[in-house]
Design a protein around this ligand. Structure first.
Ligand code: GTQ
Length: 336
């Protein structure tokens, strides 16, 4: 590129088509598969080699090669990390501007304390640590616990708005959002008990999410897309401001075509096994097979086809995407 460093000026015309390509944006996000079978041994090795006191957070980052591994991005706005906590370990309290969620992958007995609320971790649970809230992780169990972190770190970092503050160990306060906001359609009555918290519900137990999907499937046998959105139960808005979180059920043998939409998307297999084909018709498609605890991502403006590999059992997939961000910025699109 021709530049004029003395005046800090560059001509637009050589780069115009590069930054405004015709019809479809340029995407660095490559369809990428992170099998849990190849990740887990490395994570356990990290557990042997790296004490938690040194690491603070013992995480292997699921990095998209299209962005360059050192960028630690799954997509333009999404960061994924697989975190290991061993029995008795403690990941100290901090808060930061990026929003995070944890999807629990395996193990029992660990918990995250978020602004004084102790959130137990069980397989498939989703736990929020939204922007600015204190969080720390502990483990009273006997086996290693692993979870998937999803953060909007790449976006917040790009905005030059990413920083953290360390804090003291939190006192656990009584009151659990997943007890108070335990049923859709009934919320604590405002004048008596409503908490006035921005994030009243921090833990979404998998037993409840799974039951909601199974109930939906039984109630609406014709419904093709069995998907629920993790929302704030007070407002109905997305659970967090920037990334969206969903759980999907595929009936036995079902194939579901997800249309091309502007946001990039992450799929994580909670139960069963799913064939994922990332790509629009007429373009070269990338196939992955997700088994339990596997994760993959698809770039925006790209369709995906999911097929439950079992003819007898449902499959359950956790999804994260950039929809809230795209909607708020007015760039959200469905391409069909
Ligand atoms: O557990 O607080 O994967 O602060 C990256 C940054 C996890 C955490 C990550 C974090 C955390």
């Amino acid at each position: 590129m021709k530049t004029c460093p003395r005046a800090n000026l560059v001509p637009l015309w050589p780069s115009l088509r590069g930054v405004l390509p015709p019809n479809v944006p340029t995407r660095k996000t490559a369809p990428t598969h992170w099998p849990y079978a190849s990740l887990k041994p490395l994570l356990l090795q990290a557990g042997e080699l790296t004490p938690i006191e040194k690491a603070e957070r013992r995480v292997l980052v699921l990095a998209n090669p299209g962005h360059g591994l050192e960028k630690m991005q799954a997509s333009a706005a999404m960061y994924l990390g697989m975190q290991l906590l061993l029995p008795g370990e403690w990941a100290p309290s901090h808060r930061h501007t990026p929003n995070a969620v944890r999807m629990i992958v395996e193990g029992e007995g660990a918990y995250t304390t978020v602004n004084g609320e102790k959130c137990p971790m069980a397989r498939g649970d989703l736990i929020l640590t939204p922007t600015g809230l204190w969080h720390e992780h502990g483990h009273d169990g006997t086996e290693p616990v692993v979870w998937l972190d999803v953060l909007d770190l790449p976006l917040v970092y790009y905005m030059e708005a990413s920083y953290h503050i360390n804090g003291a160990r939190q006192d656990v306060k009584p009151g659990r959002g997943d007890r108070a906001w335990s049923r859709a359609g009934v919320v604590p009555t405002p004048i008596f008990t409503r908490s006035h918290k921005t994030y009243p519900l921090l833990r979404y137990p998998w037993v409840d999410t799974r039951a909601a999907l199974v109930g939906l499937a039984e109630d609406q046998p014709e419904l093709e897309c069995l998907q629920v959105t993790y929302v704030n139960p007070e407002t109905g808005d997305d659970a967090e401001n920037i990334l969206g979180f969903y759980a999907l059920m595929l009936r036995p043998g079902q194939t579901l075509r997800l249309p091309a939409r502007s946001p990039a998307c992450v799929f994580h297999q909670i139960e069963g096994s799913t064939d994922v084909v990332v790509g629009n018709t007429g373009e070269s498609a990338t196939p992955f097979t997700l088994v339990e605890a596997d994760t993959c991502c698809a770039p925006g403006y790209t369709a995906a086809t999911l097929t439950n590999r079992s003819a007898s059992a449902p499959a359950f997939v956790f999804m994260a995407d950039e929809s809230p961000l795209h909607r708020k910025l007015g760039v959200y699109e469905v391409r069909g």
